[in-house]
Design a protein around this ligand. Sequence first.
Ligand SMILES: NC(=O)c1ccc[n+]([C@@H]2O[C@H](COP(=O)([O-])OP(=O)(O)OC[C@H]3O[C@@H](n4cnc5c(N)ncnc54)[C@H](OP(=O)(O)O)[C@@H]3O)[C@@H](O)[C@H]2O)c1
Length: 264
Amino acid sequence: MTFSNKVVWITGASSGIGEALVYAYVKQGATVIASSRNKKKLQQVKKNCGENENSCFILVLDMEQQDNYPELAENIINIYEKIDILLHVAGVSQRSSDEDISLETIRRIFEINFFGTVALTKAVLPYMKEQGYGHIAVTSSIVGKFGFPMRSAYSASKHALHGYFETLRAELHGKNISITIIIPGRVNTAISDNALTGDGKRWGKRDAGQAGGFPAEKASKIILKSISKKKKEVLVGGKDLIMVHLKRFFPAIFWRIVHRISPT
Ligand SMILES: NC(=O)c1ccc[n+]([C@@H]2O[C@H](COP(=O)([O-])OP(=O)(O)OC[C@H]3O[C@@H](n4cnc5c(N)ncnc54)[C@H](OP(=O)(O)O)[C@@H]3O)[C@@H](O)[C@H]2O)c1
């Protein structure tokens, strides 16, 4: 698989799945624009690209500050002339029951996971239409397929991504722009450490479920391959993916066990 001459813009590139995807794409010859809020971490990711360091460019971006997205997209086009793949990975999780989460924190989770993703898509899509091709991949979660304890807002924000991007896929039919929805199960990243508690504070713990999760590097390889094959959806992870199939084919069993699985 070669991605030389491909321009790939990856959000959430400073950590976890997004970071692993930066390494996977530069290794395959792509030019990667790595985005997140933390410039220092992004500089470290760039350095970690080793001999491919010069193929990784840093673009600081905050999913909660969306006004400058059209300007950022225009700058990328001015420099790199195209965007082949927009890969939305940035996101934040939740560690709180619905009873304990404030409306403010729910809105913040939606701002990052849903509205930030939509705003960036809207900034990039006109260029993809003009160039006559493109691929948008968006990172959901298995809890974008079913509700799960201590994830009410997170799960809802990921469900919303399915509604939005499935609609977009239908509307873009025949325009040579593909949409892939990435659906990870538990992957061993800092997602639980960075998750928000009910009052918006950082959870600050690597949950046992997270630590025992699928390796991010392995996940990145599956994701890269699925995007190349223009898959509409890809499930990525270990045993926990079975819950998606149970909900679909054996819902009675699903509802008997979902509340028994540890949310941490
Ligand atoms: N790990 C899992 O088990 C799992 C399972 C299902 C789905 N997912 C999804 O996979 C994606 C990646 O998560 P991960 O597991 O790699 O977690 P992670 O290690 O915590 O990485 C999250 C990334 O999102 C970025 N981000 C968070 N808030 C942001 C904001 N306001 N503006 C810009 N960037 C922001 C972070 O960068 P900065 O802090 O530098 O801004 C970081 O690069 C997320 O969408 C997550 O919901 C993960």
